[in-house]
Write a protein that binds this ligand. Structure first.
Ligand code: GAR
Length: 189
């Protein structure tokens, strides 16, 4: 196996599922591990159904040497944050330079930072009367949503759109592009 992927997710995991589907028939890339901070996260059901190893983070474990060694022992090529809501500690950003990416449901640097996740983002886009929103895939550093942008795609927001409508448009783009963008990053490693 040329590339082993590790997905970090805190929620239902629809983006994790898309990544798994994208690489399903590939012999050179595999989703090797799913990590969550939430024991009830839907992404754990996906891991079970797909027969992918999963790991639930204990308190303080994300920044621990033990956890870093666990990842290193699996020879992870790329860590993919797919709706992972914890800040990534410097133990990981230093060990995996340009090898941790995140997907964010807005056009960064707009509507990013701590607390800006999920529907909070789409509500803010609505409240500010934005004419466009979109998705951003970016490298991860020790600050929320601040690493260099790799890819963005946008859509129009109409005055009649609800936050849920905005979320739905974003989701279509996320599901359509995430696997392809990951593939492009892997081919440049
Ligand atoms: C995605 O929309 C992702 O962009 C967002 O969480 C959702 C996860 O959905 N991430 C953030 O808001 C990070 N700040 P999923 O669990 O169905 O993939």
């Amino acid at each position: 196996m040329e590339h082993k992927l590790c997905i970090f997710a805190s929620g239902t995991g629809s983006n994790a599922q898309k990544i798994i589907n994208y690489f399903r028939e590939r012999h050179d890339v595999a989703v090797d591990l799913i990590v969550t901070n939430k024991p009830t996260a839907g992404v754990l059901d996906i891991a079970r159904q797909e027969g992918i190893d999963s790991h639930i983070l204990g308190k303080g474990e994300l920044a621990s040497q033990d956890f870093l060694e666990r990842l290193q022992s699996r020879e992870t090529s790329l860590i993919i944050l797919a709706g992972f809501l914890r800040l990534i500690p410097s133990t990981l950003t230093q060990a995996y330079p340009k090898r941790i990416i995140n997907i964010h449901p807005a056009l960064l640097p707009k509507f990013g930072g701590k607390g800006m996740y999920g529907m909070h983002v789409h509500q803010a886009v609505k409240d500010y009367g934005e004419k466009q929103s979109g998705i951003t895939i970016h490298y991860v550093n020790e600050h929320y949503d601040e690493g260099a942008v790799i890819f963005q795609a946008s859509f129009d927001v109409f005055a009649s759109d609800s936050p849920q409508d905005i979320a739905n448009k974003g989701r279509v783009l996320e599901h359509g592009y995430f696997g392809m963008v990951v593939d492009g990053i892997l081919s440049s490693l």
